[in-house]
Design a protein around this ligand. Structure first.
Ligand SMILES: *Cc1c(COP(=O)(O)O)cnc(C)c1O
Length: 450
């Protein structure tokens, strides 16, 4: 059960079936364009959507809004130092700014960054530095406990090859979001550390879901069964040279990000860059009160009761959806359940957007908003307007905001999903009416095919 009780409530809307139909049509059949006041259960993302605790709301009031050297920064800095062991702590207003500042400071044109998978904004930052992003995930399957690992054989080859360019850093995204939120094992991090030492390469963590990774390690690796998630997280940070994180995830904040590194020269370069876009290095685009709420969130997020609830509600939700007839991707991680739309809707060709079709149907059936991760997102490989290429998978991600929805909310989602699954053969595909050259899924206008 939820390891908390509810102290403040926010009513949720229940649009009628007629309203949902009209709204989706007005929104060009794109859930990003549907206003939140027309959503009953919003599972679009776990980013910035968390419910803060009473202690976090109290921390907001302690916020020190001094421009430079605020007490809020000191409190934030000491929590991040204690957690990561990195002496250089720099706040930023979201994860993507943190990674942009760190990666453009650390990388030069022609350098190579190798990762278990660069998150899409991370890849954009590597490329903005003129460097090359290479993804080397292990092959994933349901029986693998650590499907987020990097492929060590392929990494070793890359470190020896000189043809592509000089490998400057290895980035481990924990958990590996692109791989369905699968964890990276401590053994994998240790092996990467050794390879990095041998080749004089930096090891950086994209630590946006560091606590979920640590918890899954205690569940999936017997030798950590009795370890506290916070100790596992600390040991992981200790093996790296630095990290960044979106604190809109495991910071349990509504906004925020950070950089933390060991090297003082790198930190100096980051601070100089940060001043240009984010403000003074002790607030990094955030209000003092945000820093205090994040410091508190970073303490709470490794609470074993909270993490057990988070992981078990994701697993339970996945089981409910599977029982409702939906093809769920196994094993579930912590932050989301993924549904394979291609298996559910085999009559819709990839170029008619099966993942979009399923996500839209969940909205029409029950005002549920999921996130489409298929050809609409990944299919436009030629921004100058060439034909779409089918994405490797058509997934709908039902993402769980932290501490927001109860079991009965998720039960409702499973009931709606069961209704959709029972009428899967009637779900139409879609075509694009209007689209932008890049990141088209945020704004595209679509129309159903029948
Ligand atoms: C969300 C996220 C980012 C980007 O952070 P924002 O706060 O959205 O800018 C980077 N990496 C990972 C793994 C993320 O989940």
């Amino acid at each position: 059960m939820e390891p908390f009780r509810i102290k403040a409530v926010e009513p949720i809307p229940f649009p009628t079936s007629e309203e949902r139909r009209t709204m989706l049509s007005n929104a060009g059949y794109n859930l990003f364009r549907v206003p939140a006041r027309m959503i009953t259960i919003d599972l679009l993302t776990d980013s910035g959507t968390s419910a803060m605790s009473a202690e976090q709301w109290a921390a907001l009031f302690r916020g020190d809004e001094s421009y430079a050297g605020a007490r809020s920064f000191e409190r934030f800095e000491s929590v991040v130092e204690e957690l990561t062991g990195f002496p250089e702590v720099i706040p930023a207003h979201q994860g993507r700014v943190a990674e942009r500042i760190l990666l453009t400071s650390a990388l030069s044109p022609g350098d190579v960054s190798v990762s278990n998978t660069h998150f899409d904004t991370t890849r954009a930052s590597v490329e903005a530095a003129g460097a090359i992003a290479v993804d080397l995930p292990v092959e994933q399957n349901a029986s693998k406990p650590f499907g987020g690992d990097i492929d060590l054989v392929a990494l070793n080859e890359h470190l020896h090859e000189s043809g592509v360019g000089r490998v400057r850093c290895v980035v481990l995204t924990i958990t590996n979001n692109a791989g369905g939120g699968q964890p990276v094992s401590p053994a994998n991090v240790a092996a990467v550390r050794e390879l990095c030492d041998r080749h004089g390469v930096m090891l950086l963590l994209d630590a946006s879901r560091f606590a979920e990774n640590a918890y899954l390690v205690t569940q999936r690796d017997q030798s950590y069964a009795n370890s506290a998630p916070r100790d596992v997280a600390r040991a992981t940070f200790a093996m790296a040279d630095g990290c960044w994180a979106s604190l809109k995830k495991d910071g349990i904040g509504n906004i925020g990000g950070m950089i933390a590194v060991r090297d003082a020269d790198l930190a100096r370069a980051c601070r100089n860059r940060l001043i240009e876009t984010e403000g003074f290095p002790t607030y990094g685009g955030l209000a003092g009160r945000d820093l205090d709420a994040l410091a508190q969130g970073l303490r709470e997020v490794t609470d074993p009761d909270y993490l057990r609830y988070r992981a078990e509600s994701a697993r339970w939700f996945g089981d409910q959806l599977a029982a409702a007839g939906l093809p769920v991707v196994e094993p579930t991680g912590c932050h989301a359940v993924y549904i394979d739309a291609r298996l559910l809707l085999p009559h819709i060709s990839a170029l008619a957007f099966p993942a979009t079709a399923l996500a839209n149907e969940l909205y029409l059936a029950g005002a549920i908003r999921g996130c489409d991760l298929g050809t609409l997102v990944f299919g436009r490989v030629d921004p100058s307007g060439g034909p779409d290429v089918a994405a490797p998978r058509e997934l709908v991600r039902l993402t769980l905001p932290r501490r927001v929805y109860t079991k009965s909310h998720l039960e409702y989602v499973a009931e709606v999903a069961a209704r959709v699954a029972s009428k899967a053969a009637e779900v139409p595909g879609y075509r694009i009416v209007e689209q932008a050259g890049t990141l088209r899924h945020f704004t595209a206008v679509l129309a159903p095919l029948s």
